[in-house]
Design a protein around this ligand. Structure first.
Ligand code: BES
Ligand code: ZN
Length: 498
């Protein structure tokens, strides 16, 4: 790996001055020139930073695709090599029963807070590939954005921090904090093996807080701190009718078509008020407080604009709640895919033996993924017509999370966003899921700061995913400021400022 010519001599001189002053590292904030040096390095290396990100994006690390297992492993190795190149002290690739986990640390700031950074290098599949404007793994700049699978979710956002760390280590030889990192390869398929890893490495992962950049900002030009994620229970529903495919003329009318039975079951899963009909589904839902509803209603939002941007004639959702409440604080049930019978070109008259659907439910506190999956399975047994066999399999799940907004970490994030984006951030929740957040709290006792640099229209999980170049570079500046600000807000886990 090559690095720019800047840095090393100045870094050594500055380090020497700092060391002479009190033998201790002081924040670049205390040495404005040091901060300038770090930020100027970021500016001077913009195009190399993008070239390197393109290299990372070019590795098709699709975790759900068994044929891509080698690419996923190659991606883990690329990340490990890159982390060594930017100056992380320990870098290790841990094999798991699934895809590898990359661990790295830099622990050279005794007495300063320790950040546990988490991100994922795996990506979602690219289908339908014909809907991409440019090849999905060939990162391409169009207008103000960089387009490719993983640009926003999550390689681009992870890379933001790699480049801020590099800027510190190449210029000052130090970070203002201690840093541990885990970058995993199974987030997009439910982080199955990460939980075991965290349980088995409690000592290694000891830290003061978790930092994650894997969420969108509220809007272009509106930075945000995210304090809530929904959980998920992901199910597959299989409906089986006759023991083989049948001629739809010879047999149609005599047996229940599994596609029809499946469609009837799915159609009954919502009532006319847009509520999920599974008995007990809402039992554990924590109601929104008046205070939070008021706060959400103050965010700059227009239903009309939202509907127009999505190209829908009207919005749809649970009666009695605003769109942001429906998205962030209410549970939902969605069909993700449905198949069965003949879907090829032309016509084939068949009454299929089987029909299936992938159905996910997004969850909010205090619902639990396992309990909801069981309620779904029980409900399926109840509503399945006698004429077919229906089975619901629990594929994966993750718990919902709400994180505190008055923690020192969040305060440092607010200050950093203000410096990085030149604007005060808003507070928001999100509808997506990051299953490990709750496990970090339960296993390590750590709260998470969600510092997102994506955008709501970034096409994550869809064709033409992108990251805004402005967010990428402002994100790097924000990361630099976050590491710099954190020690000022936190000392031995206690607040110092704010
Ligand atoms: N980056 C997302 C999480 C996310 C998406 C947060 C949108 C906020 C808004 C993450 O990579 C993701 O897609 N997670 C999966 C998790 C699931 C497979 C367990 C998700 O939410 O579908
Ligand atoms: Zn994702």
């Amino acid at each position: 790996m090559k690095f720019g010519p800047r840095g090393s001599r100045h870094a050594l001189q500055l380090q020497a001055v700092v060391a002479i002053l009190d033998g201790n590292f002081l924040s670049p904030l205390t040495y404005p020139n040091a901060m300038d040096q770090v930020l100027n390095y970021v500016e001077a290396n913009r195009s190399r930073y993008l070239d390197e990100l393109k290299e990372l994006i070019a590795i098709p690390s699709v975790s759900t695709d068994p044929q891509k297992k080698g690419d996923v492993a190659r991606c883990a190795d690329w990340i490990a090599a890159h982390l060594r190149g930017i100056g992380m002290q320990t870098v290790q690739v841990f094999a798991t029963a699934g895809h590898p986990i990359v661990y790295a640390d830099w622990m050279g700031a005794p007495g300063k807070p320790t950040v546990l950074f988490y991100g994922h290098y795996d990506v979602q599949p690219v289908d339908p590939v014909n809907l991409w404007t440019s090849p999905p793994f060939d990162a391409t700049i169009r207008g103000e954005n960089l387009y490719a699978r993983g640009t926003a979710d999550d390689k681009g956002q992870v890379f933001v921090h790699f480049k801020s760390i590099e800027a510190y280590l190449k210029n000052l030889g130090r970070l203002p904090i201690n840093l541990k990192m885990i970058i995993e390869g199974e987030e997009e398929i439910g982080s199955e093996h990460l939980e075991i890893f965290v349980r088995e490495h409690k000592e290694l992962l000891k830290a003061d807080l978790v930092l994650i950049s894997d969420t969108p900002m509220f809007a272009r030009g509106v930075p945000s701190v995210c304090y809530g994620l929904r959980g998920i229970s992901y199910m597959q529903l299989d409906v089986t009718g006759p023991n083989r495919d049948l001629h739809s003329g010879s047999f149609g009318g005599s047996v229940h078509n599994p596609i029809q039975a499946l469609a009837e079951m799915i159609a009954g899963m919502h009532d006319k008020n847009g509520r999920v009909t599974i008995p007990g589904f809402y039992d554990d839902v924590r109601p929104l407080s008046k205070k939070e509803r008021r706060a959400l209603s103050k965010l700059p939002w227009s239903d009309k604009k939202y509907a127009r941007e999505l190209g829908v004639r009207a919005l749809y959702g649970e009666k009695g709640f605003t769109t942001l409440e429906r998205l962030w604080a209410r549970p939902t049930l969605e069909s993700n895919g449905i198949w069965g019978g003949f879907t090829g070109e032309g016509a084939k008259t068949v009454l299929p033996s089987k029909a299936s659907a992938k159905i996910s439910m997004r969850l909010v506190p205090d619902q639990s993924a396992g309990k909801i999956a069981k309620l779904f399975q029980k409900y399926i047994k109840k509503i399945a017509p006698k004429s077919v066999q229906a089975d619901a399999i629990y594929i994966h799940g993750g718990e919902p999370a709400v994180t505190p907004i008055d923690s020192p970490g969040v305060k440092a994030a607010v200050a950093a966003l203000e410096k990085g984006f030149g604007k005060k951030p808003v507070y928001q929740r999100e509808g997506g899921s990051i299953p490990i957040v709750v496990q970090f709290k339960q296993i390590l006792g750590l709260d998470t700061v969600l510092l997102g640099f994506g955008l709501p229209d970034e096409n994550a999980h869809a064709p033409d995913e992108f990251i805004s170049l402005e967010n990428f570079f402002k994100g790097i500046r924000t990361s630099v400021h976050f590491f710099d600000e954190l020690p000022l807000y936190m000392k031995n886990g206690h607040r110092r400022r704010g």
